[in-house]
Each structure stands twice: as C-alpha cells, then as structure tokens.
Write a protein that binds this ligand. Structure first.
Ligand code: FE2
Length: 300
C-alpha cells in the first residue's frame, strides 16, 4: 500500500489502453481501488487522494472541451431498440441490472414523504428554494443522523458496491458498454453514474451544474408497468419557460439531456420511482455532436 503505487497506477491508466478503457467504466472510489488491486497496484482511499494530487501536478493538461452550442430541445428520448447504433446495449442490460446486497429494511426506513413531495414543487417556487437552500447547507443530512446517506439520493449507487458476487460481471458489462459507445460517439465517452432505484426511491431536484454537458441515460426496469399512468418518471423544468415536463418511463429507453452551468439556463431535474418496480439507470458523458453520430435515427 503506498502513494507511489497509486501514482504508478494512474500513470498506467495513461500508458495502457486496456486500463484506460476500464477506468472510463468506473465512478466510485472503491471501484478505482478495486481496479488498481486487480492490476497489482495496492493503495488506500487516502493514498488515492494524495496520489491523484501528485499525479495531476505532473500530468499533461486535458484538452479543452468543445465550446457549448445552443440547444433548442431540452430532452430527446427513444426506445433503445429503435436506435440501431445503441441497440447492442440491450444485450448488456441483464448483467448491468445488479442488486448489490443492501439492507432493504434500513433503506425503506429512510424514505421521507416530504422529500418525495418536493419533486412535485417547482424549483422556482420560493418555498422550495428556501427549503433547498436549508438542505444544501445541511449537506442533505439530518444533524441527528449525520452518518446516514444524504436525503437527496434515496437510491443505491451501484458503483459503491464492489464486494458482491455479481460485481465482476457487472464491471465487464460496463466496459462493454463503454467500448460500444466509443465506437459510436468517440473517445469522450465515460460512465457518469450507475444507479439502482428500488421501489419508492428518488433523486431530488438538482442541476448537475458542476458537470455541464450532454448526458445519455439508459433506463430499464425489472418488468413492465401494468398501468401507463403509474410509472417511474424523469421530471425537468424547461429553463426557458419554467414549465415542468414529466417524462413517464417504460422499459429499455435511452434519454439525452444537457446540464448547463449558466445560472439563467440551469437544467433542474429529478427522478422518481414511486412504484413497486425496480428501476436502473446508467448515465454516460457524450459529446456535443452526439445526435449526428446516430445516423440510423429518424427525426423525432
Ligand atoms: Fe442529474
């Protein structure tokens, strides 16, 4: 275990294409440590923090991202099977949709009706804004339960769980997905988040303004919804009109949207699964010109 081993690992991710590829498929610190371990680099979380700082000081600066373009549409959504370039992702879904062993009793005990109800408010509502500011200041934790997970993420981040029997298969499916998407969109692609939304789960209103750019989310469920009116959904506020837009979900869809940094254009959005179904979403960073890479796609 050492900082040097961590720096060597980070250098190897630059020098060895297969490692660079695998790094694009991980989002969690535990995952990076586990990935290093599998390749013979042993380091701890504090060593990763120090090693990353050391490495960043010596590494070549990353190329500047392409300048953002104006967007007229705020979301694009398709059935995965209807996008020929992406339909291969369907084959990876069975191994991506893992359920790491978590204490579901404790999970459900953390459900807060008032938090869920906040997703029905407009982010422009002064009452919502006051509540949101207060919760942000408290880092979304209750003072009495400071060790509990944040209240704004009532879901399971798959990449925080590396110690279960399905992890290796899951990891391989993620790297397969990245490889497929690089073939479509180019080298910019990386995984941005892999989430399991068990029944009655949610991700509260947020903007992702600290990570601007286009995202692609693949969404799937454990089964169809019996009732088209009672589904999981993605809700956003149209930055231009203030209108709330609710996108009801079904199995195997792919959604594109863009997180903005400009305070006048923030892309407020939330995700709610108020149903008894299990929902998974896999998010990827994709380039500005993603649409032009999907030549098999007919206009919406
Ligand atoms: Fe988000």
């Amino acid at each position: 275990m050492s900082v040097e081993s961590c720096v060597d690992f980070l250098q190897a991710t630059q020098d060895r294409p297969e490692l660079a590829q695998q790094l694009k498929a991980v989002t969690g610190m535990n995952e990076i440590i586990a990935l290093g371990g599998r390749h013979g680099f042993d380091f701890t979380a504090p060593e990763l923090a120090r090693g990353s700082a050391t490495f960043a000081a010596t590494a070549e600066p990353a190329p500047a991202p392409a300048p953002p373009a104006e967007t007229a549409f705020y979301h694009h959504e398709y059935d995965l099977a209807a996008v020929p370039e992406l339909a291969g992702l369907i084959d990876e879904l069975p191994r991506l949709k893992v359920r790491p062993p978590v204490d579901m009793g404790a999970f459900h005990a953390r459900f807060r009706a008032e938090d869920l109800e906040s997703t029905s408010q407009s982010p422009a509502d002064p009452a919502f804004q006051a509540w949101h500011r207060q919760m942000m200041a408290a880092h979304w934790r209750d003072p009495a339960d400071a060790d509990a997970p944040r209240r704004d993420f009532h879901l399971v981040n798959l990449d925080e769980h590396v110690e279960h029997p399905g992890y290796q298969d899951y990891f391989e499916a993620k790297t397969n997905a990245i490889r497929l998407l690089e073939g479509v969109f180019g080298d910019e692609v990386r995984l941005s988040g892999a989430m399991w939304y068990p029944p009655r789960s949610y991700r509260l209103w947020h903007t992702n303004e600290d990570q601007p750019g286009w995202r692609m989310y693949v969404v799937d469920l454990d089964d169809d919804f019996p009732d088209g009116g009672a589904t999981s959904f993605f809700r956003y506020q149209n930055p231009r009109t203030g209108e709330l837009v609710t996108l009801r979900e079904r199995r195997r869809i792919v959604r594109f949207f863009k997180a903005e940094q400009d305070p006048d254009k923030l892309f407020w959005h939330c995700i709610v699964n108020p149903t008894e179904r299990h929902r998974w979403s896999f998010g990827f960073v994709v380039p500005e010109d993603w649409r032009s890479r999907l030549t098999g796609l007919r206009d919406e």
